[in-house]
Design a protein around this ligand. Sequence first.
Ligand SMILES: C=CC1=C(C)c2cc3[nH]c(cc4nc(cc5[nH]c(cc1n2)c(C)c5CCC(=O)O)C(CCC(=O)O)=C4C)c(C)c3C=C
Ligand SMILES: [Fe+2]
Ligand SMILES: [Fe+2]
Length: 368
Amino acid sequence: MSRLAVVVFNLGGPDSLKSVKPFLFNLFNDPAIIGLPTIPRWLIAKVVSARRAPIARAIYEKIGGRSPLVEQTETQMTALKTALDRRGIAGEVGVFMAMRYWHPMTRAAVDRVKAFRPDTVILLPLYPQYSTSTSGSSLNTWVRTAQARGLSAETHTICCYPTETGFVAALADLTKAGVEQARPHGPPRVLFSAHGLPKANIEKGDPYQSQVEMTAAAIVETMGIPDLDWVVCYQSRVGPLEWIGPDTDSEIERAGRDGVPVVVVPLAFVSEHSETLVELDLEYGELAEERGVPAYVRVPTVQAHDTFIDGLADLVTRAMTAEAGDGCLIEAGPAGGRLCSQVGARVCGGEWSMCPHVPDQNSDKQGQ
Ligand SMILES: C=CC1=C(C)c2cc3[nH]c(cc4nc(cc5[nH]c(cc1n2)c(C)c5CCC(=O)O)C(CCC(=O)O)=C4C)c(C)c3C=C
Ligand SMILES: [Fe+2]
Ligand SMILES: [Fe+2]
């Protein structure tokens, strides 16, 4: 009987206030976050994590002293397992989680998957849009750790799914409800808010920003609301580098000046955590009130929304039948999806190469 292991990846988050500093150290010590040689990176990570820890602890204190990301991911895993079982995949299916910066981390996940004795492994980042700093880092770490610990099953990788039909339908559904809630306060402006990235990463060819824009355009198209006012913006700037924009906070200020209600849609996160529960709900909620925004509606993340989970199950079944030699990197779209190798990403000699820039077909559709 064949055995399929699906591994889902996310960032991870501190499970107590004590683990905030080591979590931040792991994050800043990642070469995908700070691209310096080992020793200077280690030193900078020590300094920056110590400096950031009190700020981050204050953030996590507001949500019970820990990140809810692991529990949220467990709920998604259970739903995905049910969806895959419903599809009648022959053999045993196991769903595993690998977090990048806090437990359960990659090494423990590799050992669990190895003990499961899979014939096939599907790697599924819970980041719809590919960035070297998120999916790239997780997948590289997986490939290296699996090699080091002797996990050698056939592996297929899903790089990203910025316009996957089920994912887009879930967000369109949630956003429509948000727009209806805001409408009595005036014609709403939808702020599609994604986690930001330093500009330098995009200049090196990271496709994240163009994939975020593709997601936003696909949601708007699916909603089909004529003359909808919308914009893509970026939250969570940290450090001294220049980050991509516009910033979510400046968009909230603009909405205040224009006197329009806002509907804030997190489209690069699929679960709730500090970035949504604190930054969006508390910090930006307060800013909106201060700036006289007539209504502030925050749309929930997709979590275990039926169509999202179904979309993930579709990706997994497609990845199972894709050719292993391709690296099987899937970029799924409403048109049926294509192998990501067509947009250039592949696994080269066990090392994950950067996805080159995806042609930005949708930027001219961005509304204001
Ligand atoms: C699409 C998702 C994400 C991208 C891209 C990303 C890039 C990125 N992040 C930092 C620095 C921090 N991120 C922090 C928290 C955090 N980041 C993401 C996702 C993306 N990051 C999530 C889901 C979370 C929340 C984790 C949780 O609460 O469980 C933090 C810690 C919190 C804080 O101090 O504000 C930092 C720091 C950089 C530098 C970066 C790109 C280079
Ligand atoms: Fe982050
Ligand atoms: Fe943040």
